[in-house]
Design a protein around this ligand. Sequence first.
Ligand code: OAD
Length: 250
Amino acid sequence: MEIPSALRNALKHASMVTAFTGAGISAESGVPTFRSAGGVWKKMRPEELASMEGFLRNPVLVWEWYAERKRIIADVQPNPGHRALAQMQDLFPRFEVVTQNIDNLHRRAGSRVVHELHGNIERNYCMACGRNFSNEAVLAMEGVPLCIECKGQIRPDVVWFGESLPEDAWEAGVHAAEYADVFFSIGTSAVVYPAASLPVMARRAGALLVEVNPEPTPLTPDVDVFLQGAAGEVMPAVYECALRERKDKR
Ligand code: OAD
């Protein structure tokens, strides 16, 4: 893949690079996206499965769905897109991943700085007393998992519609947008706020804004460089390019 000279040049000089990712980066690992053809929200209504109202109305249905997603995610592996980001972190003084994904695949691929805006499906907590539970523990419980201390309901540690983002992850995401010299928006439809405001924030603060997606998104008209294609093909090419451009810096 041909990497445009604006990106080559920015990679050569960058002190800080940020990769903002969405469900598309995990698509090639076999994790379904939300809004593409065959995506989760084409079959299910988000407010039924991913909201407090939905959970209180039908905790059995919500837990069945999360148990299924936990099993899918436990069985998949990071793909070349995740791995390219993990390799890129060693080429720059600062390299941070800000993700909307809850699948933990960036960490499993070796990325060291990962800010999770929407939580992590490998964690669960009691809504009454806050005690944490592993997936192993909750999946072994029958029906809706209840806290072994206080009998409160346990929920997955993910952000649902209508809930605020974890403050520390959000602040770190804003910082990573504001200080980036190059900001990648990878595999996200860029429609869910506040996460989707980060690419625009980064560009306003002076970053070169690069989008990686097989399809144009609402963000595409505002980016400096659009690399059309699958993350698992594009990001390894970006890594190779960065490796060449940074040779004299290492
Ligand atoms: P979406 O499902 O909205 O968007 C996935 C994007 O990935 C689309 O733009 C696809 O074109 C693109 N895509 C598909 N395959 C790809 C590939 N191989 N490489 C690169 N891109 C690819 O997912 P998100 O933008 O992550 O929130 O959705 C944002 C949030 O909405 C999620 O975090 C979730 C959801 O509701 C919550 O649950 C709070």
